[in-house]
Design a protein around this ligand. Structure first.
Ligand code: SAH
Length: 390
């Protein structure tokens, strides 16, 4: 998919690349090639080659650097090598689970490509016009590397629209069922690749679920439980788990998942978490462990302030519900709420709760979702484990 044309970038664009960030914004492309979306050579203002990049003519992110080597040949073999390297980084993860992220975009050197594996099936997202032009090479490289029974594109995402791309969900190879049973550190659950959240499940919280499972005892509470993945880990050690979600469809799958695991100590409640937490506080309920894994409250930068108030409210109430020595595992997946802002919010919530609360661990996304220090956009999930001391 390479063309003979080149894009020329400004000194600022070249500096950004040199500092390890693959994106060049439209305003930093000084000579825009008259080429369709695809792979292009990139040069600086002095004509020096900077490598090869994905070119998205309609996007604010005009270029995404693929390879600094001007001699690289970006074809099926190149993608096979990149995907193979990403897979090699998942060997340890794959020992404990059959559901994990194979490619985490920029962090795996494959800008705007997401690929999640659910047992023998893959779910992909090609999130830029430049990448879309490489579709055939990428899909055959993925098929070579993983030999899946089917590959599904979950293209029903807003980012594709910004690139001028369609938003269909479609099979790209083989066949893909509506539910796939997967194993996560001894817990079985059904992922829903066609219509579940994200690509079918929240893989990014896997290691935090394992941690919650290890700490579980007594009475446990899982708010925003979706199809019950935290609750199922908690249920292995806790006496009883209360799990709530506002989505009836999520809870139907949650009950099926409980049955798959023979878990009979979980009560599922369809309710708004804010309402439940307030009422539980009034009833003076106490839990040994509380999990708060809400959806992104801040969908835009402008809503970060009100989002933080929402996080503060659920966290201060979660803290009040802890028995002495009890722990709260709390998270935010909002891109627009930084790790620092999240920890600051937690300190405020601890002060508001009137409890003495210790920070035990700062948490992030699972290791198959690597967060590149030079590309902050690759990290979005932040969390903490805190303990009520008395
Ligand atoms: N903990 C889950 C993922 C949670 S995603 C896991 O590890 O798999 C967030 C969930 O919160 C979704 O299932 C959504 O239905 C639910 N939700 C959103 N707003 C809510 C609210 N106000 N009260 C309760 N649940 C809510």
């Amino acid at each position: 998919m390479t063309t003979g044309m080149a894009a020329v970038v400004s000194a600022r664009g070249a500096h950004r690349i040199a500092r390890g960030h693959p994106w060049v914004f439209r305003s930093d492309v000084t000579t825009r090639p008259d080429a369709p979306a695809g792979v292009l050579a990139v040069r600086d203002g002095h004509g020096r080659p900077l490598g090869w990049a994905l070119w998205s003519p309609r996007s604010e992110i005009a270029l995404r650097l693929l390879d600094r080597d001007p001699r690289a040949d970006i074809g099926r073999a190149w993608w096979r090598t990149r995907i193979g390297a990403a897979l090699a980084r998942r060997v340890a993860v794959a020992r404990d689970t059959t559901a994990y992220r194979v490619v985490h975009g920029e962090a795996d050197g494959c800008p705007s490509l997401i690929c999640d594996r659910y047992d023998r099936w893959l779910v992909v997202q090609l999130l830029s016009a430049g990448l879309e032009a490489c579709r055939a090479d990428i899909i055959s490289a993925l098929a070579d590397a993983t030999e899946p029974l089917g590959i599904l594109a979950r293209h029903d995402v807003a980012t594709r629209r910004k690139e001028g791309l369609g938003d269909v969900v479609e099979v790209l190879a083989g066949t893909v069922p509506t539910e796939i049973e997967v194993l996560e550190h001894g817990v079985r659950y059904l992922a829903a690749p066609w219509d579940g959240q994200k690509t079918g499940a929240f893989l990014d919280q896997r290691e935090n679920r394992v941690l919650a499972g290890q700490l579980a005892r007594g009475r446990a509470l899982d708010c925003f439980s979706y199809h019950g993945s935290f609750a199922l880990h908690l249920a292995r050690r806790a006496e009883h788990v209360t799990a709530l979600d506002s989505s009836p469809a999520a809870l139907v799958r949650a009950e099926a998942n409980a049955a798959l695991n023979g878990a009979t100590n979980i009560t599922w409640i369809e309710e708004d978490a804010f309402t439940y937490l307030k009422a539980a506080e009034r009833r003076r309920e106490r839990f040994s462990i509380v999990v708060l894994d809400p959806p992104a409250f801040a969908k835009t930068r402008a809503s970060a302030g009100s989002a933080l108030r929402g996080y503060n409210e659920i966290n201060l109430r979660g803290m009040r519900l802890l028995e002495p020595g009890g722990v709260l595992l709390t998270a935010s997946c909002s891109h627009h709420v930084s790790k620092a802002a999240f920890l600051d919010m937690l300190a405020g919530a601890a002060a508001d709760s009137g409890r003495r609360v210790a920070l035990r661990r700062v948490l992030g996304q699972a290791t198959d979702h690597p967060e590149l220090l030079t590309v902050p956009e690759t990290g979005y999930l932040k969390g903490a484990l805190v303990e009520a001391l008395d």
